[in-house]
Ligand binder design. Structure first.
Ligand code: NAD
Length: 505
């Protein structure tokens, strides 16, 4: 996860967290054209907390007409030029002020998000407001460095390549790390001069609605950022099919990604960028410099946020000579993790995001056992907070590459362990799924590390660590983990068009 600004940790005070968790929440509305408005017909959905199963508030359920109003507001703002034609130096100041507003409200935002999705608070602070603020700052600094090109044309002609904003960007994001992933979409899209219509997950909308308000307080002109809440099947689909959305940027599951490509094909052929799931291999060689550290980091690579991390190292491949000792060490760490109330600073693993996700975790676990895997530790549903959704971190041994648990994403705290004999077998196993999002390699050999980075089909390969890449480097999948990239200067390409001026001199 991204590095947190230093001052964040001073905010980790249990009393303040407990005060914010009591904050009453008003029923949700849509954020359209810089104003709150109810959804058509006043329709709502409950926002429930995975911490204890309680209903936090209602969120507005946007219809296709509501989505159309948001896209119209975004288009009108774009054409007005209040943002798209604002001087880059001025736009940059607004994005910096958004980062400042996020930092000023970091604890409020983090606690609000945790009440909605159950991420452990210490991690939420770093990965949500901490990373969102860093993302806005990074793209603020890009605004006045986006250069066009002069092409090497023959004498008598001039070829200029302009980088132009695409217009209206539709962004659909998941329930895990909504602020971080929302910022990965919104900040570069705004930096490039676009207007945005954001559709959060119906399971985690609250912190993004609050972010929209902070953006306006920071000086973002009205209509430039709009937030429509509701279900994927209705609100998300209406955004994906809208004829006046120029680019759709998505993070979520593969099946929904496929539907978005279809929606684009059946509407206006908008560009669609997909950041999808993974079944990422974490490979431990017998020459790893520090096996104890590798065990600790590998445990958190799968169990942080209850395994609900797109790049989670969910397949552990261990060289046979160290397999038994390593799995023993890792299983002890898993069994000792403190699972509980995610708003308690002592908690190491919080809640599973929903009853639906908990049922999926259990079903995948049962299927693995039926197919012959052996449960080393954990896996049982537990109830540290009555009414909430929790399970003990599970380690499965003896997983064979053809089992569903080795091929399909669980998105839960379930680790599948498979032994291997040599480097060639490790590469074969690592690349043996349809995905290609992330990987880890633990080795003391520099040459082997480089060979593995080249051989593994993934968007990011961690070496002697797992997680932590900051905003300066791209994140994107290959194969069925998606296309395009969030983060880094490369993300800007998604939100810009190249326009040529060919001039006879
Ligand atoms: P999801 O695909 O179910 O939902 C994601 C978003 O799509 C939500 O806002 C949802 O309402 C919307 N949606 C659902 N159906 C839709 C439809 N028919 N049309 C338009 N929108 C629709 O995913 P999720 O359960 O929220 O998140 C978990 C998934 O996200 C996992 O697969 C995980 O790996 C992936 N993920 C990937 C990354 C990455 O960077 N690659 C990061 C985080 C999560």
């Amino acid at each position: 996860m991204p590095e947190a600004p230093r001052n964040l940790f001073s905010s980790m005070n249990q009393e303040e967290i407990d005060a914010w968790r009591q904050q009453p929440l008003s029923d949700g509305r849509l954020w359209v054209g810089g104003q709150w408005r109810a959804a058509e017909g006043g329709r709502c959905l409950p926002a429930s907390s995975p911490i204890d199963g309680s209903t936090l508030c209602q969120i507005a359920a946007a219809s296709a007409a509501d989505v159309d109003a948001a896209v119209r507001a975004a288009r009108a703002a774009f054409e007005r030029g209040s943002w798209s034609r604002m001087a880059p130096a001025e736009r940059k100041k607004v994005l910096h002020r958004i980062a400042e507003r996020i930092e000023a409200q970091q604890l409020e935002l983090a606690v609000l998000g945790v009440r909605d999705n159950g991420t452990e608070i210490a991690m939420a602070l770093r990965a949500e407001p901490g990373s969102a603020a860093a993302t806005f700052r990074y793209y603020a600094e890009c605004v006045d460095k986006l250069m066009g090109e002069i092409a090497p044309t023959p004498e008598g002609t001039l070829g200029l390549v302009h980088k132009a904003p695409v217009g209206v960007v539709g962004a659909i994001v998941p329930w895990n790390f909504p602020l971080m992933i929302g910022a990965w979409k919104i900040a570069p899209a705004l930096a490039a001069g676009n207007s945005v219509v954001l559709k959060p997950s119906e399971d985690a909308s609250l912190s993004l609605l609050r972010l929209a308000q902070l953006c306006q307080e920071a000086g973002l002109p009205e209509g430039v950022l709009n937030v429509v809440t509701g279900t994927g099947a209705e609100t998300g689909d209406a955004l994906a099919r809208h004829m006046d959305v120029d680019v759709l940027t998505f993070t979520g599951s593969g099946p929904v990604g496929r539907q978005l490509l279809k929606a684009s094909a059946e509407s206006n052929l908008k560009r669609v960028y997909l950041e999808l799931g993974g079944k990422s291999p974490n490979i431990v060689f017998d020459d790893a410099p520090d096996l104890a550290l590798a065990a600790k980091v590998s445990a958190m690579a799968i169990f942080r946020n209850s395994g609900q991390v797109c790049v989670a190292g969910s397949r552990l491949l261990v060289q046979r000579v160290v397999h038994d000792a390593f799995v023993e060490q890792l299983s002890q760490i898993a069994a000792s993790l403190r699972v509980g109330d995610p708003l308690d600073l002592r908690t190491e693993m919080g809640a599973v995001s929903s009853a639906r996700q908990l049922a999926r975790n259990q079903a995948m676990l049962a299927c693995a056992l039926e197919e012959g895997a052996h449960l080393r530790t954990g896996g049982q549903v537990i109830a540290p907070v009555p009414g909430g959704h929790y399970m003990a971190p599970a380690v499965l041994e003896g997983v064979r590459p053809e089992m569903a648990i080795a091929r399909e994403e669980v998105f839960g705290p379930v680790l599948a362990v498979t032994p291997f004999d040599d480097e060639a077998e490790a590469v074969r196993l690592a690349n043996g799924t349809d995905y290609g999002l992330a990987a880890g390699v633990w080795t003391g050999s520099l040459s082997r590390a480089h060979r593995m980075v080249r051989a593994i089909k993934a968007g990011v390969v961690h070496v002697n660590t797992y997680g932590g890449p900051d905003i300066t480097v791209p994140l994107g999948g290959v194969r069925q983990s998606g296309n395009g990239h969030d983060k880094s200067m490369h993300a800007l390409d998604k939100y810009l068009d190249l326009k040529t001026a060919w001039i006879q001199l």
